[in-house]
Ligand binder design. Structure first.
Ligand code: ADP
Length: 190
């Protein structure tokens, strides 16, 4: 079984596609956004510190998310395969992920990158904001900030994995089913 990075801008559909992939292949899902929201709910010190940054659409510091992910990998070694969703979001995180996996004799097999135009992202996020209760989905300025943080800090992660020949692009517009089937083809060709 493979270890995958599911990559793409905010609103690309990573969470939706992850759910289907878990159901079909039994992956362990590691979403830093979900873990951080869990910490906010539980009112941990880490959660309270992260909340302001998340609400504004800024990134939480690398050491915080790297520590969380290392811990989750430790507790799930022996699993069928991981899907990393919303992580790595910086090149420093990608390097840390490589070393964390390597220390368990594991590696990333592919980055599956969902491509979606900015206008479509804005529409999807504002729509999700009506029901998600997420402060970062409800305001256009925050959404635009997330998209620009993605371009400045996160897009270089795609180059990091292309340099390892692991980058697989998937068109992220269309029906959820058709995008899912494109992702499955990539996985089955690995
Ligand atoms: P989305 O992909 O819709 O932006 P996420 O749930 O992945 O949403 O992330 C929400 C917020 O959580 C981000 O805007 C950021 O503040 C924080 N976050 C999540 N993952 C990371 C990460 N790997 N590094 C830094 N911050 C992160």
């Amino acid at each position: 079984m493979a270890n995958l990075v599911l990559f793409g801008p905010p609103g690309a559909g990573k969470g939706t596609q992850s759910e289907r992939l878990i159901e079909k292949y039994g992956f362990i899902h590691l979403s830093t956004g979900d873990i951080l929201r869990g910490e906010i709910k539980a009112q941990t010190t880490r959660g309270l510190e992260a909340k302001k940054l998340m609400d504004a659409g800024d990134l939480v510091p690398d050491d915080v998310v790297i520590g969380m992910i290392e811990h989750k990998i430790e507790t799930a070694v022996g699993a069928k395969g991981f899907i990393f969703d919303g992580f790595p979001r910086t090149v420093a995180q990608a390097e840390a992920l490589d070393s964390a996996l390597e220390s368990h004799g594991l590696a990333i097999d592919a980055m599956i990158a969902l491509a979606v135009p900015d206008d479509e992202l804005r529409t999807r996020l504002l729509e999700r904001g009506k029901t998600s209760g997420r402060a970062d989905d409800q305001n256009l300025d925050k959404i635009n900030n997330r998209i620009s943080v993605y371009k400045d800090e996160t897009m270089p992660v795609a180059e990091f994995y292309s340099g390892q020949n692991k980058y697989k692009g998937v068109h992220g517009v269309g029906s959820i089913d058709s995008i899912f089937s494109d992702i499955c083809s990539v996985i089955e060709d690995l």
